[in-house]
Design a protein around this ligand. Structure first.
Ligand SMILES: [Zn+2]
Length: 878
């Protein structure tokens, strides 16, 4: 039974009067402090500092009061009381406060003013002021806005991985978990939400004061709050009350999505309680939907933040978007156990929380989509993305050393989110499902409300298997790259298999062996045979295949269990290129397609051949996940891997086919998938005119309702194609947009599609100011249009300055921004000149931060390969 209602005047129950903790703010006396340089403490939290503090400190409690002013340009003032236990008071105590010394207004220890120093974002309290056992630090300060995402009528914190200390003084490292008690003083019309339950909410004149219950022990990066003009939906699932804070103005959008959002959270919570054997550990459960939030979601315990448009889907949402939403919700909910209840000791193991979140999400999403082939989904979600990094020169290992938390942001990427779940599935296969789950239960119970490292988990799992998990982990987790897996088939004179051997090699020459299970697939006209084998040495025989007749084709990675660059034998490759559309099994079609695509990137198959194969596959492809993959790859090859002349030649065929398949599609979701592909490839005059008629609503597509967002994109696509009156189209579109946030976004992106080069230049210039990069999703959309392949000749001039900006972007941007900035900059290019700019940049910066250099190499890989593939097609390889 569920209840759902919009409570516009929602207030938490039980309004309790409280004396303002803020009073403390004004009562604080200014201290006779001194500031001096402390060069021995480097900026950021070094591993050394973190280890030292972890030994000294325990039982930390923060009582934090923040006053959010009415105007966005006024500073946020704060008062803080820190309680902590010191094992050893013989050394100075280092607090993190990554702003300016001027922002620290007062600081007292045990009620007395102290001679502290401020250096490199740290407040150093001398040992004389400290005592063994309980200590109390009180401070008043001005919070820096860096991680507070302030807007005129709302704000939200985003502290991962080390930004809590930009807002208030604290010990900003994941293994110093603390209890937080927050008081927020906000404009009277605002609502506020945080990790803890709202225990009181007091309106006093033009202000409201919210007081939140003390949290369980959580890491600083997980502490969060949001406040502003939010509406709230409430629902109950299995006796658990949930609130959804949002700013959506369209009642239809809300009605269409709210129940599903609550359902998905309710089911994820139930599943996780069952799997882990541990009840939801954080009391209350709320979600906050934030427009243009930097990530899909962030797992703050008790108050998950989401990017609003990932949860509030349009009526034209594709199946992929619906599955994506379910996975995202399952992912963030899994974090409540994996990451929040048990947290990595240090950010080098950040991948652990992400892998478990994705791994559990894959399991949780199954029952909610009974019609989906989940092996297929796992394959298509994880393999192409993992390969996209692992095939590059910039590939990184899953677990990366980290010397300073200030670099933690650069650890994230496809290897953590996509390769690690594949590896974890291998681990589960190696140990067995039940022992694996029992191991995880032991791990969660042993370290609950605490921290653990990967080796500590491996110790627990190692006791449950005969396998040598430590060597296994060294190759899969501590090293980058993938094996090359080849088949060696020998036939007898009578055509029967004399021997079938699988061989793995390390293309990087390290001689690594990726111990893994494979399901070798042999396909015959009358069916398929699978042979599970453990590839735990360089060469392994598939003994069961000996004596069988020669198959039509062999894929070493049947059922998508294994991981590596699969090199097909020539017979199998020829057969698949000719007959793949006849394959009846959807997963086999997907595996074969992805395998051939990887072969294309290695130069074994031409891009033109792959496009032609896709055009033959699509009319018969009934599985939407496969359609999505094929269209995605065709669009990539179309813009990037074939010469312009071939593109013009192919355009009419692609447009006609996509339009026809859209009209024929039986679901809105599939129609939408084809329509979006059409919209992105359309080039002929006739095709573009048709798109314009759709935008003008002179042509409707039966069964496909277009949302405000769809129309916005169409207008931008028309402008980038420089249709007559493109400027007027943009004007009208801007006028049409009803949602105020989307209106601002459209106005922001608009100059990036202008046909006027000077306007685009000026827009690019504006991005050099960090202030103009605040709304990262908007920036990325605009940068993608700036570098649209149709504009590549001109936008090539932005590549070098974009690379020059990268270090600053790393500093000012959020976790995923640097890589996405690079992708948006480079993905529209395929010329040798563009590649040369990247090579030259790398040559000129031999000492460039290596993690950032790796990101450049990852993002530029497609560009480098494009230049090679295009050269081949010019010399007549097609
Ligand atoms: Zn996550």
């Amino acid at each position: 039974m569920m209840k759902l209602n919009t409570l516009n005047k929602w207030r938490s129950p039980g309004l309790i009067c409280l004396s303002l903790a803020l009073a403390g703010l004004t009562m604080m006396l200014s201290t006779g402090c001194t500031f001096s340089d402390h060069p021995e403490i480097p900026p950021g939290v070094s591993r050394e500092l973190a280890e030292q503090r972890a030994q000294m400190l325990s039982q930390i409690r923060y009582e934090l009061t923040l006053t959010i002013p009415d105007a966005v340009d006024q500073p946020i003032r704060g008062a803080l009381i820190i309680h902590l236990h010191l094992r050893d008071a013989s050394r100075p105590l280092v607090l993190d406060f990554k702003t300016s010394s001027r922002n620290l207004l007062a600081l007292r220890v045990q009620g007395r003013s102290v001679e502290y120093t401020y250096a490199n974002g740290h407040v150093v309290i001398p040992s004389e002021a400290l005592q063994p056992g309980e200590n109390v630090i009180t401070t008043t300060f001005i919070a820096s806005d860096v991680a507070l995402n302030r807007n005129p009528d709302y704000l939200y914190s985003l502290f991962v991985p080390d930004r809590a200390s930009t807002a208030f003084p604290c010990f900003d490292q994941p293994n110093l978990k603390a209890r937080f008690r927050l008081t927020l003083d906000v404009p009277a019309e605002w609502r506020a939400v945080s990790n803890g339950e709202t225990i009181s909410c007091r309106i006093h004149g033009p202000r409201t004061t919210y007081q939140f219950a003390e949290t369980s022990p959580i890491s600083t990066y997980l502490f969060a709050f949001a406040a502003g003009r939010f509406d709230v939906e409430t629902a109950e699932r299995h006796g658990r009350l949930m609130h959804m804070y949002h700013r959506e103005t369209d009642a239809n959008t809300l009605r269409r999505n709210a129940e599903t959002i609550f359902d998905l959270h309710g089911r994820a919570l139930d599943w996780l309680e069952e799997y882990t054997g541990i009840p939801y550990p954080f009391g209350k459960f709320d979600v906050v939907l934030i427009p243009s939030f930097q990530f899909g979601g962030m797992e703050h315990p008790g108050t998950i933040f989401y990017r609003a448009d990932r949860l509030l889907l349009d009526a034209s949402a594709t199946q992929t978007e619906k599955l994506g939403r379910a996975s995202l919700i399952a992912h963030e909910t899994s974090h409540m156990w994996f990451g929040d209840l048990v947290t990595m000791e240090w950010f080098d193991d950040v991948w652990m929380k992400e892998v478990f979140a994705n791994f559990m999400a894959a399991k949780i999403v199954h029952p909610a989509f009974p019609d989906i082939n989940h092996d297929l989904r796992f394959f298509l979600t994880h393999y192409p993305a993992a390969y996209s990094v692992d095939r590059t020169q910039g590939a990184n290992p899953i677990r990366q050393p980290l010397e300073n938390l200030s670099e933690a942001k650069s650890l994230y990427g496809a290897i953590i989110y996509n390769k690690a779940p594949i590896v974890m599935r291998q681990l589960e296969r190696l140990i067995g499902e039940a022992p694996f789950r029992d191991g995880l239960r032991e791990y969660l119970n042993t370290f609950r409300f605490g921290n653990a490292s990967w080796p500590e988990l491996i110790d627990i799992l190692d006791r449950r298997t005969e396998e040598d998990l430590k060597s296994w982990s060294r190759v899969w987790v501590e090293e980058p790259g993938r094996p090359t897996i080849t088949t060696e088939l020998r036939l007898n004179d009578d055509g029967a298999i004399a021997s079938l051997v699988l061989r793995q090699t390390d293309s990087r020459g390290r001689g690594l062996i990726w111990n893994q299970w494979l399901n070798v697939l042999l396909v015959y006209p009358r069916g398929a045979r699978y042979f599970p084998i453990q590839l735990n040495s360089e060469r392994v025989r598939v003994a069961g295949a000996v004596g069988l007749p020669a198959p039509e084709f062999i894929i070493p990675n049947g059922r998508s269990l294994g991981y590596g660059l699969i090199e097909l034998d020539p017979v199998s490759r020829r057969f698949l290129l000719a007959h793949l559309p006849e394959e009846r099994d959807a997963l086999r079609r997907a595996i074969a397609w992805v395998t051939l695509w990887e072969e294309m990137l290695e130069g074994q198959v031409t891009p033109r051949t792959m496009i032609e194969l896709a055009l033959r596959l699509l009319p018969g492809e009934s599985v939407e996940l496969n359609v999505q993959r094929l269209l995605n790859d065709v669009v990539t090859a179309y813009w990037r891997f074939i010469p312009t002349t071939v593109r013009s030649e192919l355009a009419p065929r692609l447009e006609t086919l996509f339009w026809r398949l859209m009209e024929r599609a039986s679901t809105t979701s599939l129609k939408s998938t084809y329509f979006r592909a059409y919209r992105s490839i359309v080039l002929t005059e006739e095709g573009v005119q048709r798109l314009e008629r759709v935008w003008r609503k002179a042509l409707t597509i039966p069964g496909l309702p277009l949302s405000e967002r769809d129309l916005m994109t169409i207008a931008l696509e028309l402008a980038v194609r420089e249709v007559p009156h493109w400027s007027e189209i943009l004007d009208v579109q801007l006028e049409r947009i009803e949602n105020p946030e989307r209106k601002t976004q459209f106005a922001f992106v608009r100059p990036a599609v202008s046909a006027d080069t000077a306007t685009r230049d000026a827009f690019f210039e504006s991005l050099k100011s960090a202030e103009n990069r605040r709304h990262e999703p908007w920036v990325l959309e605009a940068v993608r249009y700036l570098h649209h392949p149709l504009r590549a000749r001109q936008s090539i001039t932005y590549i070098r300055p974009s690379l020059d900006l990268l270090e600053e972007i790393q500093r000012t941007g959020d976790i995923f921004f640097p890589k996405r900035w690079l992708d948006a900059t480079l993905n529209g290019h395929s010329s040798q000149q563009a590649a040369d700019i990247v090579y030259q940049f790398l040559d000129e910066h031999p000492d460039y931060p290596w993690r950032l250099k790796a990101k450049i190499l990852q993002s530029a890989d497609g560009l480098f390969r494009a230049t090679t593939l295009l050269k081949r097609s010019v010399v007549g390889d097609e």
